[in-house]
Design a protein around this ligand. Structure first.
Ligand code: HEM
Length: 492
């Protein structure tokens, strides 16, 4: 019995080793640490330090290297030049979406974010067109952003200078802007359905970005059987989907196909137009999951960026004072800031750009995939290879930014103090998959930051250190530390 068991074990080891050996050695993939059977290169990633570990491997192996998530090879692309070559110069081929197992179990390939091929192309073109129609980048959405910004100013004013954590207020406000575009109305911040909706959307994002979520993405076949919070993803995603479904049903009852009121109406009209096409992608499932994608992608990201921005203004009061001066000169105190004001507010634009670069909120980007065989930087990447174009290596690329770990908005100003762009700031990624919410997020960040600073001096009892503000580069999301601040009314 013992001899048989030992024999079987040896045989299994030989099979695993030889399949791994042929699998791994026969490819002309970029170099990288040697993988082990079953766990791949997991041991090269320090616990809770995924991004830091990947950045270290960048300095060891250069601009492209290969990791193994179990037996899946993943090609990591680092630094501005290589990321630009992949996402922009070879944009079509690198436009595939790589797997994100923690979300995929729920989305099953539906929706805009995790789909590929014709489905993605159709949903993407439609979504971008409809979001534009409902105001992305236009005056109509600007007034909705201004309304929310004024509501939040009132909330902060009511705090009477007492320290508070602005996370929830910001999340309420940014979510309401999205609700206006997608559902056609805003919610009162105290509305219990809205509170519940935000809780689930936030939990979805938090789970996706947690260590559990990351481990699930690296070793899905093993993590499926390991107990842990990652198993909550399906029930909470279904709850969020249920909430959206209720809104869809309500829209159906009052739909006027000649006059769409919001994103959901437009999608329903397209579904009706294509009802005789058995292969249409405009079906209920794609509507629910695409809407789910927009909320999950669009709430926490903008909130985190602005929270990071507020933290930087507390750390550097002199930067805050300069923005105050620019607001006083360009906007004054008698009207609300608008997006057009940015053209004259070079310093404020430079600060926002530096907040994006420094905070680097999605350091890993989302996973990509090559849609056909390609030679890249001298290596052969077969169709379907997973690609991680790391935004953190672009934002900290020493060839693009001197002292990349320093927060310095003046790097985006020319000699005459005018705002100057740098293509190596790509918080929204680049190429065919670039974030479709970029225009909205940029408008929101500018209008919220200037409206808050038009009304308040920001102060904190705590003195923040360099360590407090430095991004932790632990995982999928770079969130700032927990902090509180006081909003002291100012007179212009
Ligand atoms: C500061 C705020 C934001 C940041 C930093 C950000 C960043 C990103 C990044 C890095 C990606 C991955 C792009 C890629 O795969 O190459 C992405 C995708 C996406 N974002 Fe955003 N985003 C923000 C706000 C928003 C907003 C407000 C929305 C919704 C209106 C949104 C919706 C999406 C969607 C749907 C995708 C998937 C696109 C696709 O796969 O074609 N994002 N975002």
């Amino acid at each position: 019995m013992d001899i048989t068991l030992t024999g079987i074990l040896i045989l299994i080891c030989i099979i695993i080793y030889s399949s791994w050996d042929t699998f791994y050695r026969k490819r002309n993939l970029p170099p990288g640490p040697t993988p082990l059977p079953l766990v791949g290169t997991l041991l090269h990633i320090r616990r809770g330090e995924l991004v830091n570990s990947l950045m270290k491997l960048w300095s060891q192996y250069g601009a492209v290297y290969t990791l193994y998530f179990g037996s899946r090879p993943v090609v990591v692309v680092c630094g501005y030049e290589a990321v630009k070559e992949a996402l922009i110069d070879q944009g079509e081929i690198f436009s595939g979406r790589g797997p994100l197992p923690i979300l995929e179990e729920f989305t099953q390939g539906y929706g805009i974010t995790l789909s590929n091929g014709e489905r993605w192309r159709l949903l993407r073109t439609f979504t971008v067109r409809i979001l534009k129609r409902f105001g992305f980048g236009k005056k109509s959405i600007e007034s909705k952003i201004q309304t929310e910004a004024q509501c939040i100013v009132e909330e902060f004013r009511n705090s009477n200078g007492q320290p508070l954590d602005p996370h929830k207020n910001l999340m309420d406000a940014f979510s309401n802007v999205l609700c206006a575009v997608i559902f056609g109305d805003r919610f009162e911040y105290k509305d219990q359905r809205f509170i519940k909706f935000l809780q689930i959307a936030e939990e979805t994002f938090t789970l996706q970005t947690s260590n559990w979520g990351q481990l699930y993405s690296i070793l899905p076949t093993i993590m499926k059987y390991v107990p842990g919070p990652h198993h909550r993803m399906i029930p909470i995603s279904q709850e969020l989907e249920g909430f959206i479904h209720e809104r869809v049903k309500a829209s159906m009852e009052t739909l006027d196909s000649t006059s769409p009121r919001h994103f959901i109406d437009s999608f329903l009209i397209k579904m009706a137009e294509e009802k005789n096409n058995p292969n249409t992608e405009f079906n209920l499932k794609n509507l629910l999951i695409t809407t789910h994608n927009l909320f999950v992608a669009g709430m926490e990201t903008v909130t985190t960026t602005l929270r990071y921005g507020l933290l930087m203004l507390l750390k550097y009061p002199e930067i805050q004072a300069k923005i105050h001066r620019e607001i006083d000169q360009v906007v004054g105190g008698d009207r609300a800031p608008n997006y057009e004001d940015r053209v004259k507010m070079h310093y404020t634009q430079a600060v926002i750009q530096e907040i994006h670069r420094y905070s680097d909120i999605l350091p890993l980007n989302l996973p990509h995939m090559v849609t056909r065989d390609i030679q890249f930087q001298g290596y052969d990447l077969p169709k379907g290879t997973e690609i991680y174009p790391l935004l953190c290596t672009v934002h900290r690329d020493p060839k693009q930014f001197s002292s990349p770990w320093k927060f310095d908005p003046t790097r985006f100003l020319d000699e005459s103090g005018k705002f100057k762009k740098n293509e190596a700031v790509m918080p929204f990624s680049a190429g065919k998959r670039i974030c479709p919410g970029e225009v909205l997020a940029r408008m929101e960040l500018f209008i919220f930051l200037t409206t808050i600073l038009q009304n308040f001096n920001l102060t904190s009892m705590k003195e923040f250190t360099e360590t407090d503000i430095t991004p932790k580069l632990a995982g999928f999301l770079n969130a700032p530390i927990h902090f509180e601040l006081s909003f002291l009314p100012r007179k212009i």
